[in-house]
Ligand binder design. Sequence first.
Ligand SMILES: Cc1ncc(COP(=O)(O)O)c(C=O)c1O
Length: 384
Amino acid sequence: MAKSAIKVNNNYFSTSTENTLPMNRISIQSQNLLFNLQKIRSITSPTTAIIAMIKSNAYGHSIIPIAKKLESNGIHQFGVFTLEEGIQLRENGIHSSILIFGPLLNHQFSGVYQHQLTPVIGSHIELSSFLQQECSRSISIHLKVDTGMGRIGFYPEELPSIINELKTLPVSIQGICTHYADSGNVHTSYTEKQTRLFEDMLQSIPSEILSNCLIHTCNSAAVIRFPSFHFNAIRPGLILYGISPIEDDQKNWKPVLSLESYVSVIKEVPSDSYISYNRTFKTTRNTVLGIIPLGYADGIPLSLSNVGKILLQGRSYPIIGNVCMNQFMIDLTDCPDPHIGDQIVILGQSGNKRITATDIASWCNTIPYEILCNLSDRIPRIEL
Ligand SMILES: Cc1ncc(COP(=O)(O)O)c(C=O)c1O
């Protein structure tokens, strides 16, 4: 190869025409979702309700197929954040309870009524917007208490008077909840303190209200670490999708989502060549460069630039240079026989190697939630 030339080599063209799947794709393994659901059931009481958190497009997995799969497997409570997510579920035939965890404005309550959604009310402004509606027929609500999350929620001492205020209205209080700020922490004292505050508050609620309520506090980390705090309902999100928020616990869960792409271009570049924007990578040898047609617009974090890896035929190869909007580059120099069209794994298993959302998060200093939620809707989801 001429030292300064960039060479596109015909030997890299693939002859395979077998793949009928989209070349960029998110594969959803439903049997892994059901495995995780079963695992959750095995660590809680059979009478505990599971409120499946499917907000943010079911953590990037695609809300409608995930909701349908869960509903047909015995889940009757779903958690979303926005009114629009709730309406989307109803319009796609989900009949179960749908809890809206995000704050709702005055004008949004008509949609809540119309689609029989369940607001989780957690502020005075939201409560008064709700009370301004003409409650011609009964509506179910949950009430949220802030025991230390520092986000939405009434203070524990406010709840008795709020419940009293609602007594004469056609409102059915079907749940009381709080949210843990730090349940993944090995130091358990903050979660215990939040639970104590919550339990003390429950003491002041009339028993005829409590006996009809779902009482729920636990996100995934708390579901795993605090079985004694499950009350009569839990709200798992991340573990449903097979990612554990607890170190050393991943082996108990099966990731549901894989992200695959392909080598769209292969070219040889000489040593001392810069790769991608801002010249953050310079080759130190003649390099076989693979170009992958996904970028930060698709949810590949810019911060994976020069630190991330992908898998090709069971081996791992580094991401070099800055991730671009629609593409990123990998170093395939050590790949025995690379071809254009070769499928690569960004998230998931190849041979006996696996990259999880937690691995990617650790490479780019974030959390697996962010990696999953940012996967763009325009990547087709394929159910396996
Ligand atoms: C109110 C609430 N409950 C439950 C969850 C689920 O948390 P996790 O995905 O950690 O299980 C979330 C997620 O952000 C949440 O906001």
